[in-house]
Design a protein around this ligand. Structure first.
Ligand code: HEC
Ligand code: HEC
Length: 383
């Protein structure tokens, strides 16, 4: 029902979104970037255009909402959108402004994009995040690797330990984090209400001044447009036998045998919590999920990471301890690192996966690089 509405009006109203998309990641280094689906959508829709001379009716509210939905790339399921946060083009645009605005941080240097950079597959290529400058004059370093925003819209919870339930809940976390942005939502809301451009936009989108609720909803709506699909894997699944190399096909079979139990397609995660033993040999291993539940059995458990675009989101693991995809796969394939709480499914891999299979698995994971929007920072911010 939603898709049928995405016909004529949908195509037109998608244009603003399409303009935001400046570049789409190609499938391999040698390949030219493919055109974004959002860009091609209006052209494909010409068949649905009303005949010349017929004025289109003004779009209804639900049609406007449908128009702000990103086109779901090949291979991804329907996008879950909370009922109390429907998507509109204006809300997504407000979310983009907030996402890139460094005035959210206490010293004006850090935005969401600092650690989740569109140019770096919506993550950052350092082991753990650097936030605002600390009392010693150096940027403060957090304890965990920044996950990509790509396809985060599908996860039933957020963070390595799943401590936030939704993207809305997540979005207000970094602002008050003393290491990351070092501010507080109260401070940000007060300051942003002084910025007339933001007040106007919040009025337009939410009918209120700048509020924490609106801040969270706008950023979450923006993040829901950052999807990756239409990879060689998806094209193969859709019937193109040549989309995968022989090594990738062998790797896919091995992946089904060894890895899919946790990294379940199509998102390549079942979003359960497992202990793979990453960092278990360190003096102070990350307690992971145990921090949230207080349960000893959750010690060292992390939410199974989704693996789309994995070739581009290095370094790997919750502590960013591994630089290359080869090392990450080899670590998993050997059944992780022994510790009292190691997942049974991890232990089951020990001694089973051959070196050739590891090489094929790496090739297969490269086939999960597809198309995703790379969005530019705004030219100017509300004043
Ligand atoms: C200083 C770096 C930094 C900044 C700034 C930052 N993040 Fe993050 N982000 C991280 C790290 C590190 C994690 C993982 C933390 C954890 O799991 O405990 C994370 C986790 C997330 C997640 C969860 C993804 C997942 O798969 O679980 C989302 C979504 C997210 N951030 C969005 C945002 C938004 C929106 C902003 C701006 C309001 C923001 N981040 C600002 C570093 C940062
Ligand atoms: C028992 C569930 C489970 C199985 C089976 C499993 N993984 Fe994982 N995988 C995880 C968890 C949990 C993590 C995160 C570990 C951490 O950072 O502490 C992870 C992390 C990864 C990462 C790094 C992701 C990132 O964003 O940093 C890769 C790559 C990976 N796994 C590939 C594989 C491959 C290939 C296989 C099969 C050989 C496999 N995994 C089998 C649970 C599993």
């Amino acid at each position: 029902m939603r898709t049928s509405r995405l016909s004529w009006f949908g195509g037109c109203a998608l244009l603003p979104l399409a303009l935001m998309v400046v570049m789409i990641a190609g499938c391999g280094p040698a390949e030219a970037p493919r055109p974004a689906q959002v860009e091609t959508e209006p052209a494909e829709d010409t068949a649905d255009e009303p005949p010349p001379g017929v004025e289109p009716e003004a779009p209804r509210a639900d049609e406007e909402a449908a128009a702000a939905l990103p086109v779901i790339p090949l291979g991804l399921p329907d996008l879950p959108i909370p009922e109390d946060n429907p998507m509109t083009p204006e809300k997504v645009e407000l979310g983009r402004l907030l996402y890139f605005d460094t005035r959210v941080s206490s010293d004006g240097t850090i935005s969401c994009a600092t650690c989740h950079d569109p140019q770096m597959a919506w993550t950052e290529h350092r082991p753990t995040s650097e936030g605002i400058t600390g009392p010693d004059g150096h940027p403060q370093v957090g304890g965990r690797n920044s996950p990509t925003i790509i396809n985060a819209a599908y996860a039933p919870n957020q963070f390595w330990d799943g401590r936030a339930a939704t993207l809305e809940e997540q979005a207000v976390g970094p602002v008050g984090n003393p290491i990351e942005m070092g501010s507080s939502m109260d401070t940000v809301i007060l300051a942003f209400n002084e910025i007339e451009g933001y007040r106007e936009r919040f009025q337009q989108v939410f009918g209120t001044d700048v509020t924490e609720d609106g801040f969270a909803k706008a950023i979450a709506a923006f993040e829901r447009t950052i999807l990756s699909g239409n990879s060689p894997y998806d094209q193969y699944k859709a019937g193109d036998e040549d989309a995968l190399t022989d090594a990738q096909k062998r790797g896919m079979a091995a992946f089904d045998d060894y890895c899919a139990v946790c990294h379940a397609p199509p998102l390549f995660s079942n979003f359960q919590f497992h202990n793979a033993g990453v960092g278990a040999d360190l003096p102070e291993p990350d307690p992971g999920r145990m921090d949230v539940t207080g349960e000893e059995r959750d010690r060292g458990r992390m939410r199974v990471p989704a693996l789309r675009e994995i070739a581009k989101t290095h370094p790997y693991f919750h502590n960013g301890s591994v630089e290359t995809l080869e090392e990450a796969v080899a670590f998993m394939a050997k059944g992780g690192q022994d510790n009292p709480n190691l997942s049974i499914q991890m232990r089951a891999l020990q001694g089973r996966v051959s070196e050739e299979e590891v090489a094929d698995l790496v090739e297969f994971l490269k086939a999960l690089s597809g198309e995703f929007p790379v969005i530019d920072p705004p030219d100017e911010f509300p004043q």
